[in-house]
Write a protein that binds this ligand. Sequence first.
Ligand SMILES: Nc1ncnc2c1ncn2[C@@H]1O[C@H](COP(=O)(O)OP(=O)(O)OP(=O)(O)O)[C@@H](O)[C@H]1O
Ligand SMILES: [Mg+2]
Length: 497
Amino acid sequence: MNQARLVVEGVGKSFPGVQALSGVSFSVSGGSVHALCGENGAGKSTLLKVLAGVHRPDTGSMALDGKKIDPRSPLEALACGVAVIYQELHLVPEVTVAENVMLGHLPYRFGMVDQAALRQEAMKALEQVGLQVDPSTKLKELSLAQRQMVEIAKALSRDAQVIAFDEPTSSLTSREVESLFALIRRLQEAGKAILYVSHRMDEVTTLCDACTVLRDGQHVTTWHDMAGVTADTIVNAMVGRSIQDVYGYSPRTIGEPVLVAEKVSGHGLRYPASLEVKSGEIVGLFGLVGAGRTELLKAIYAGSGGSVQVGSIKLGSRDPRSSVGAGVVFCPEDRKKEGIIPQMSVAENANLSVRRRFSHFGLLDQAKEKQNAEEYVAKLRVKTASLQTPIKNLSGGNQQKVVLARWLAEEVKVILLDEPTRGIDVGAKSEIYAIIRGLAEQGVGVLMVSSELPEVIGVCDRVLVMCDGRITGEVARADATETTLLQLALPKTEMSA
Ligand SMILES: Nc1ncnc2c1ncn2[C@@H]1O[C@H](COP(=O)(O)OP(=O)(O)OP(=O)(O)O)[C@@H](O)[C@H]1O
Ligand SMILES: [Mg+2]
């Protein structure tokens, strides 16, 4: 084992009504990619924010290479050699890439920003991460993956020794994930201490060579050697029980078509698409990020071309109001952006019924809705101090659960789900699958976008695969394997390469 570089000793942090971290101790070696795992609300992001100087710890201390660090702000943390790459990136969209990289230590000459030096320093940092963009480009012109690279470049320009990533791959394409992993491996070879938070066990087991598990703000275990540590071992430590069958699939009676979409078109779809979902059927829509899956859901729900029939009703105009009226709901992928009112409570957010929003009568049964919210908060194990807590205080995954509850509680004929378990821990995932199965058993038709192969294979009766803006194939459950699905999902050029 390499030498410990980052040492976390007895760190505790509480928020009103929540002990987010208590007495957490572990160390991260140089040249190691150290996973930080735990259920939603376990305290992972809080720990990174303590490291980054966003939160001050109530107890405990941290040291880097034997020297105590106690940052009061992210800039101070960076000056101590600690950089945290958040999922919501913290860069300034209106200024240039170069200025973002050098934020907080712009080179000055005669009292003015030295533009030549700025450009040169920034180029050097961008080169280290392998990002080929002109440093004078405005940040807002870049893709999310490129912005993430800019964050990392910024960390490297300050010679960061500890680099912590909070769910960095959740919105990246598979190729972007590969280049991020390649970069992380280079940082590892350079002897940096790397912390890596992710809910994707396949990433943890392939990328990481050490792992710390948190549960309810407490340290459960640290493996400094991953020999013999499997995804199951980690999950058991996370949830404190063994999860036997996450997917819990059982065959269902499948009825008549409830959703028939013919030649629907819309933004991002290269070709008009046709599909059918039957009553009681769970249909997966698999593909790589960017394949056009979200666009297809949107084209069904609120698109222009082609036709959509729900049960025996042909939708005249397709807009959210008519679709909801006909019994179709769409749960978007970016639930945080599209679904949350941050200042409002957990209960209020869970009660923001889509149906009510479009209802002329406005008098859906309030008591029932509240009961629904409570039920789902319990079922999905939303970790919250109370139902009255503002939703913005919840961990990322718990916010996701609350918003998802709103859609899953709807009485509908067809539900369109976009990446329903992204950012959600394994324990809650199995609850979500159970709820989806329950909907199907009541005769609802489910169309579910997912990028996770095991999920698609485990949950769906049938899988449609998309690549480059069109449906490339359909695979029955019995034939759905990683190979068959990937073959249809990968662009032809990549397959032959
Ligand atoms: N600013 C805050 N105010 C109040 N409570 C907070 C705040 N930030 C975090 N918490 C609480 O602290 C606990 C730990 O949250 P944290 O965000 O660290 O979880 P996490 O492990 O990152 O979860 P996830 O996997 O869902 O991202 C949660 O119960 C959360 O509600
Ligand atoms: Mg988090």
